[in-house]
Write a protein that binds this ligand. Structure first.
Ligand code: FEO
Length: 399
């Protein structure tokens, strides 16, 4: 895609990755692909903010070339080390060997380890440092853990643009570049999914950092992210949403997730979900084998309650559920209530293993588990329905 003007003499020169289906290894399903956003500022000192993923180096450099000879680039700001934003840097640096790179100390350390870039080319900056590029000044704001310890924001006061890198991004590949050009519902759904799957464990740090940035009193007209859509109409709404999401609040909603060997645990899950729905509490029901983890986590993100079930296999939960719970452990959900269920043939074990994970996570096991031997009969189905009804009542008493 050709460059797009985001302010006078400031251009998006990134790349759109429509074919990407998995991100962060295999953990994040990106149904709508992603973008790697990079920005070119045409001032007295030609300045580039962030790079793109290595496979898109040629497309990115061609975008830059359509505006300026890359040899004329003076400064390259590297807001974040992760390879989706730096992988193409070595190719560009070959074309502008005299350019100066600016990054945090931790980012510099990683750049030198990952790439063949001369150490004296990379200049370390920290919060409060300013870089004059002619008519504009760029302010650097360290934001460790949004998304990595090396991350920083770059702010241009003259254009009121905050180059926020991963923060406020979405995995959303479209031909449109701005929030007022796309469906708000899709955009917010992708923004929540991104936060839940990538930033959820960092929520306390993000909340503190956002408060620090707010105290700086900077006016932001454009939030130029490194993934997906650029915010220019709903800047305050997405910032407010991040504050809200970082507070780990949830609503009267339960996510029921199950893994079933021969269908008995699936029957139990259906009865539990029916009861929750009948009680007037929102419920989302997933077979962990048939839904992407990304979609499940997005639903869990605003659910007060988690009910997780598995058939017993080798005295334990089924392996797919074990993998899912390992992923959930890394996301460190807080302030949630939970319960377990499952079926078994000749000995139980799955519910014990699930509850062990709840305890490791510090989740409150709000009621005893329900287990069924063999195929659920009518009494068992009623027990599952009652289990769901009881859980829903407890949710209502909590929110
Ligand atoms: Fe989009 Fe933390 O990289």
């Amino acid at each position: 895609m050709k460059p797009v003007t985001i302010a006078n003499d400031v251009y998006w020169v990134g790349a759109i990755d429509r074919n990407l289906k998995r991100f962060h290894g295999y953990t994040y399903t990106v149904a709508r692909g992603t973008t790697y956003n990079s920005y070119l500022i045409m001032d007295d000192k030609i300045t580039l903010v962030d790079a793109v993923y290595a496979p898109f180096a040629k497309e990115w450099i061609d975008n830059i070339k359509s505006i300026i000879d890359p040899a004329k680039i003076d400064y390259i700001v590297v807001n974040h080390l992760e390879t989706d934003h730096t992988g193409s840097l070595p190719e560009l640096v070959k074309l502008c060997p005299k350019a100066k790179l600016y990054s945090t100390a931790k980012c510099k350390e990683g750049l030198l380890k990952n790439y063949d870039i001369p150490s004296d080319m990379v200049h370390v900056v920290k919060t409060g440092d300013k870089l004059n590029i002619g008519k504009r000044n760029l302010d650097f704001i360290e934001v460790p853990m949004i998304h990595w310890p090396d991350s920083m924001f770059t702010y241009c006061a003259e254009d009121k643009i905050l180059f926020s890198n991963d923060a406020f991004g979405q995995h959303y590949a479209t031909s449109e570049r701005f929030d007022d050009e796309v469906s708000r519902d899709i955009l917010m759904a992708e923004a929540i999914k991104y936060y839940a799957n990538i930033l959820w464990p960092l929520a306390p740090v993000i909340l503190k950092k956002l408060e620090d940035v707010k105290k700086l009193g900077i006016k932001i007209n454009v939030l130029a992210t490194s993934h997906g859509i650029i915010w220019r109409k709903n800047v305050s709404k997405i910032i407010d949403a991040y504050v809200l999401w970082s507070q780990n609040k949830s609503k009267q909603k339960v996510t029921v997730i199950f893994d079933s060997m021969w269908g008995s645990t699936e029957i139990m899950a259906g009865k539990i979900a029916d009861a929750i729905k009948d009680s007037g509490v929102d419920v989302a029901l997933f077979n962990v084998n048939k839904t992407s983890l990304t979609e499940i986590i997005a639903e869990m993100f605003d659910s007060k309650g988690f009910i997780i079930g598995s058939s017993t296999h080798d005295n334990d939960m089924l392996p797919t559920m074990a993998g899912f719970l390992s992923f959930l452990k890394g996301l460190k959900p807080k302030n949630r209530i939970a319960a377990a269920f499952g079926s078994y043939g000749w000995s139980g074990g799955a519910v014990v293993s699930i509850e062990k994970v709840y305890k490791e996570l510090g989740l409150e096991i709000i009621q005893p588990s329900v287990s069924v031997k063999h195929v659920p009969d009518e009494n068992d189905k009623k027990a599952c329905y009652d289990f769901g009804m009881s859980f829903a009542k407890l949710i209502k008493s909590k929110i």
